[in-house]
Design a protein around this ligand. Sequence first.
Ligand code: F6P
Length: 504
Amino acid sequence: MSEAVAAAWQVLEKLDKPTLKALFADPARVQAWSSRLDLPGGAIRFDWSKTHLDAAHGAAFVALADAVGFKARRGAMFAGEAINVTEGRAVEHTAQRGVGRDTSVEEATALHLRMKGLVEAIHAGVLGEVRHLIHIGIGGSALGPALALDALTRDGAKVDVHVVSNIDGCALEAACRACDPATTMIAVASKTFTTTETMTNAESALAWLREAGVADPYGRLVALTASPDKAVEWGVDETRVLPFPESVGGRYSLWSSIGFPVALALGWDDFAEFLDGAAAIDRHFFEAEGLDNLPLRAAFADLYYARLRHCQTRACFAYDERLRLLPSYLQQLEMESNGKSVKADGSPIDGPTAPITWGGVGTDAQHAVFQLLHQGSHMVPVDFIAAVIPGDSLDPAHHRNLLANCFAQGAALMAGKDSKDGARAYPGDRPSATILCEDLNPATLGALIAFHEHRTFANAVLMEINAFDQFGVELGKEIAKSILGGGVQFDASTEALLAEAGIK
Ligand code: F6P
């Protein structure tokens, strides 16, 4: 750790930790710590006032950002420098949204035009009747499409899409049962085009089409990949291979051709709005400084709780059924990016890194896990996410109740309640942040996701982590391969399990 970084942490560690109640004695508290961004799909309010950050913490975190060279790191990302140092790659998902190095934006625009052409050809019936798409991918090649489709196609879709990720055949079987093979296309989504789960499911999907009497199963394939040669070699016709650049990381790839199922289901105009919403956040993140930079401000709070209050988890509750998949999307984004123990230069990190991200949907979660949030022995910083305009057309009482519950939880966590009876006492002083969208639509969903991407990156920069590699997932994959390859002796427990399952 450099002297400047160590000094910034020393300042942070010595600061008083006022209670939320004390912080709210300041009448300007809410104004100072909440901001409203006007975005293409409507405004989003980011209220960080119910966190423990005060002006002194704000200033000290800004000093930390200066000490780690935040502005230079941010500039390097948008300039397309190879900031993913362990893999020697640039990090250019923002170029997919039109923000970044000119040549990368031009390349992304050309690739999007190619994707648009295929989407519109399918809609026009050029490839015959297409009523269903089975989108096969895993991790970043599935979680983003699944979230966007679930959030945005509840009122109907131009094509019925099923996302299949797990190698457990139950997943593909369920999708096949819901589709008519005569009118189904298969999208094989894989950055590397080598992932075992995806390639196994893709082979089985082809077999399903073949067994159903489809004359040319390969004619039903689309490939979404950064390895177009491998897709062609595997049998996908070149005209239906939609490439994306190597510099787009898997968990940041929803904006590239990995978003093909979203564009196919929604139509191109909506997909373009989705990109525009994200681009508005890119520009904000690139231009705003210090505490005015909302993803950076959120990262300050994340780090405050992880490092200075020793919180091992952070929770996100979407008070919107359409965002029920957001917590699992954020789990990959945050835990695969920042769940590391070494810095970008390979040296050990001096404190805890990414907390465990978890969450659920409100109000369901209130009746399941909120007991721990209110009275448990852990402090869990919570994000609440909601939209002012309802997604349903039922009696407005539904939505009023939903929002009342959302805001009530933040208020209750902060205020607590005294009682002589310990079991009925609430300690209070528990932090939360609220993200309130005017509406949930393609543009605001794009903005929400981009906000979290930049928040994750800002966290990484402050911790001096490379957020863009994921070597931690490799060892288990290698061992699974050795198990299937045979000839390797494992520990006694693993051997006994393999024997009992009949695998060895
Ligand atoms: O195993 C982790 C991972 O590499 C993720 O980072 C990635 O999103 C996922 O696997 C899928 O990889 P691919 O898109 O190459 O199939």
